[in-house]
Design a binder for this molecule. Structure first.
Ligand code: HEC
Length: 118
């Protein structure tokens, strides 16, 4: 409980800081948590991999390649996944707020490690 509150506060602070002072290009805005990437991968694999591919290696151009997402595109990510885009289903309350954060952390940590997405 306390941990969650601290984390929520930290996330909020990071978002506020990010909104007021954009991070320099070499230091992407920290709106994700690399420590959550493994758990995020599990949530991703359960919910998203059947369309977006195992390890985000998408098999068809019909599905958006999540490896293209950049660290500053969290609002786009949240909006698209919550509300859906064309053939992309809306996830709404089918994912918990936590699970959105986990998946986002997985995607961005993976993309930054690959040298892209920053
Ligand atoms: C039933 C197949 C399917 C599943 C399951 C699915 N997606 Fe998608 N997704 C799509 C398709 C198709 C698109 C491309 C939509 C378009 O632009 O026409 C897409 C696009 C996206 C986009 C980019 C939207 C944009 O802003 O352009 C994101 C982000 C995304 N999906 C995330 C996810 C996440 C996260 C999950 C798991 C929670 C998920 N998707 C599960 C089919 C799926």
């Amino acid at each position: 409980m306390i941990k969650a509150a601290v984390l929520a506060t930290a996330l909020l602070a990071a978002q506020i800081a990010g909104a007021q002072a954009p991070a320099p290009a070499s230091e992407p805005q920290k709106n994700y948590d690399p420590a959550k990437a493994d758990e995020g991968k599990r949530v991703y694999t359960q919910n998203c991999a059947r369309c977006h591919g195992l390890n985000m290696r998408v098999a068809s151009t019909a599905f958006f390649d999540l490896r293209k997402l950049r660290a500053d595109e969290k609002p786009r990510f949240l909006n698209s996944v919550r509300n859906g885009v064309r053939a992309m289903p809306a996830w709404g309350d089918n994912l918990k707020p936590d699970e959105y954060e986990l998946i986002w952390s997985y995607i961005i940590t993976t993309n930054l490690k690959a040298g892209a997405g920053g």
